[in-house]
Design a binder for this molecule. Structure first.
Ligand code: ZN
Ligand code: ZN
Length: 480
C-alpha cells in the first residue's frame, strides 16, 4: 500500500516536471500522425469546392457589402446560416461600431478648356460637394512627396490631383505607392487649403475605366474635402489636357458622407477543440466589401477560404486538439474596425490565441509563407512548410508573419502569426472596383488556398507546445 502510494507519487512528480519542461523550453513539435492527417487534408482540399460554393453564394445572394450598408445585416445572417449548415460547433457574433458612410451619386467633368466627362468614384469618408458641384482649377503633382513639399499658396482653393502610377507585381508592392496617396493625400491637400482632391486610381490596369475607390485618412469631419479617384484613362486624359498649359477647370459632384454611427458585428464560427477548447487557431477574412463590385476577391474569397478549410477539419473523424476559429470581420475597409474590436476584446486572452492569419489579398495561389513565432517553434513552422511545399508554397524564414489585415491587430497584442502570401499580380487590376466580381476567381487557385489553410490550421491545432503567443510578444512589428 505504502509502496504503491510512493510509486504513484513518484509518477505524478515525473509527469509534473515533464509538463513544465515541455511548456518552458522543449521545442514545439507537430506529431507525425498530425503531419500525415494534414497531408490528407491538403490533398482532399485541392479537389474540394466548398469554398468556391461559399464565395459564389455570398457574391450572388448578397452581392456588394459596404460596411453599414443595406446588405450588412443580410451578409451576417447569410454567414451565420452557412456556418450552421456546414456543421460548425459554435456560431456567434461580437458587436463592432463605426461611423456610417454612404455613397449616393458621383460624377465629374472637365469644364475648361476642353469640356468632357471624367469617370471617377468618391473615396471613403469623403464629404459631399456643395449642391451643383465643386468647380475649381486643378493643380497637379506627380507624387505624394511633391504634394508634401508644395507651397500651400499654389494649392489654396484648387483641386489637387496626384498622378503616380502603380505597376503589376506578384507581391503587389506598388500598393505601397497608391495606398498612401489615397489615404494621406486628401489629408495633406486639405491642410494646405485645397478645395478638393483627385488621384489616379490606385490600380494596375491602365486600360480600365473602372475607378478604384478606397478609404481616405480623414478622421476629423471638420477637416475634410471632397475626394475621388479617376479611372486610369481619365487620369491620362486630364494629364494631356493639363499638358496644353492652359488653366484646367474640373467639376466634381459627389453626394456622399457620414450619416451617423452603425453597429455591425464580427461573425465567428468554431470547430471546438477536443482537448484544449480555449486554445484557438485563428483564420478568417473580412465580410465587408466596397460597393461598386460584389466583393469576390476582396474579400469574399478570404471568408470562403477560411470557412472551407474549417469545414474540412470538421469532417475529420475526430475534432482537433485545439479550437479552429473562423472570423468574418466587420468593416475592414474603412479602418480595420472589426480587427481592432476583436483585438481589444481578446487581448487579455492573447496567450490562448496559439497562431493566426487572415486571407485578404484575393484568390491567387499562395506562394510564400513567413512566420512570427518564438525561436523554439521554428521547427514546427518548418514542419508546416514541408507539408505546403508540394503545392507551391516557399518558406521565407527571414520575413516576419504579419497575420493579415484584421489579425495584424491581434498580432500586435502578442499573437504568433503567419503570412500566407497570395499571387497578387492581377489583384490591383480589380481591387475596389466594379470589376471585383466572381469571374476573377479561379476555382483551382482558390482550392489551393483552402489546402494551405486547412493543413496549417490543423497542424497548429495539434502541435505539442506553443508558438510564443503572449502579451506584447512581438513588439514593433508591422502587420501586412
Ligand atoms: Zn480586403
Ligand atoms: Zn479592400
Amino acid at each position: 500500500m505504502r509502496r504503491l502510494r510512493l510509486s504513484l507519487l513518484a509518477a505524478s512528480v515525473v509527469l509534473a516536471s515533464s509538463a513544465s519542461a515541455f511548456a518552458a523550453d522543449a521545442p514545439t513539435v507537430i506529431p507525425a500522425a498530425a503531419v500525415h492527417t494534414a497531408e490528407q487534408l491538403r490533398d482532399k482540399a485541392m479537389h474540394d469546392d466548398t469554398a468556391y460554393r461559399i464565395v459564389e453564394g455570398l457574391t450572388t445572394e448578397i452581392g456588394p457589402r459596404l460596411a453599414g450598408g443595406p446588405n450588412d445585416q443580410r451578409a451576417r445572417d447569410w454567414v451565420v446560416a452557412k456556418m450552421k449548415a456546414l456543421g460548425f460547433d459554435k456560431v456567434y457574433t461580437e458587436p463592432v461600431s463605426y461611423p456610417l458612410w454612404e455613397r449616393r451619386s458621383e460624377s465629374g467633368e472637365i469644364v475648361a478648356p476642353f469640356p468632357q466627362k471624367l469617370v471617377l468614384t468618391a473615396l471613403g469618408y469623403s464629404p459631399a460637394t456643395p449642391k451643383g458641384g465643386l468647380t475649381a482649377q486643378v493643380v497637379a503633382f506627380p507624387t505624394l512627396d511633391a504634394l508634401k513639399a508644395a507651397d500651400p499658396a499654389s494649392i489654396k482653393g484648387r483641386i489637387v490631383y496626384v498622378g503616380a502610377r502603380m505597376q503589376r507585381h506578384k507581391d503587389g508592392r506598388d500598393y505601397g505607392i497608391g495606398s498612401p496617396i489615397r489615404t494621406q493625400g486628401p489629408v495633406i491637400a486639405q491642410a494646405k487649403g485645397a478645395a478638393g482632391f483627385l488621384l489616379r486610381s490606385a490600380g494596375t490596369d491602365p486600360h480600365s475605366r473602372a475607378p478604384h475607390t478606397g478609404v481616405t485618412g480623414f478622421t476629423d469631419p471638420a477637416k475634410t474635402i471632397p475626394a475621388a479617384a479617376l479611372a486610369e484613362p481619365d487620369a491620362d486624359q486630364l494629364e494631356r489636357v493639363l499638358a496644353h498649359g492652359q488653366p484646367v477647370q474640373v467639376k466634381m459632384e459627389l453626394d456622399c458622407g457620414i450619416t451617423g454611427q452603425y453597429t455591425g458585428a464580427n461573425v465567428i464560427g468554431e470547430i471546438t477543440g477536443r482537448k484544449y477548447p480555449k486554445q484557438v487557431v485563428d483564420i478568417g477574412g473580412h465580410l465587408d466589401s466596397w460597393d461598386p463590385g460584389t466583393g469576390a476577391i476582396d474579400d469574399g474569397a478570404g471568408v470562403a477560404i477560411a470557412m472551407g478549410a474549417a469545414k474540412l477539419i470538421h469532417d475529420l473523424p475526430q475534432r482537433p486538439d485545439r479550437t479552429v476559429r473562423v472570423i468574418a470581420f466587420a468593416n475592414e475597409e474603412m479602418g480595420l474596425f472589426g480587427g481592432r474590436a476583436y483585438a481589444d476584446k481578446h487581448a487579455a486572452d492573447v496567450a490562448n490565441h496559439v497562431l493566426g492569419t487572415e486571407s485578404d489579398f484575393g484568390a491567387g495561389r499562395i506562394w510564400r509563407m513567413s512566420a512570427s513565432v518564438k525561436p523554439g517553434a521554428r521547427g514546427a513552422i518548418e514542419q508546416i512548410a514541408k507539408v505546403l511545399a508540394p503545392i507551391g508554397v516557399a518558406y521565407d524564414a527571414d520575413k516576419p508573419g504579419g497575420g493579415g489585415s484584421d489579425l495584424s491587430q491581434m498580432h500586435a497584442k502578442g499573437m504568433a502569426a503567419l503570412s500566407l502570401t497570395q499571387d497578387g499580380t492581377y489583384y490591383f487590376d480589380w481591387h475596389h472596383t466594379s470589376e471585383d466580381t466572381l469571374d476573377k476567381i479561379d476555382p483551382a487557385d482558390l482550392a489551393q488556398n483552402v489546402a494551405v489553410y486547412a493543413a496549417y490550421a490543423y497542424m497548429a491545432a495539434q502541435a505539442k507546445g506553443d508558438f510564443g503567443s503572449a502579451p506584447g510578444a512581438f513588439p514593433g512589428e508591422q502587420g501586412e
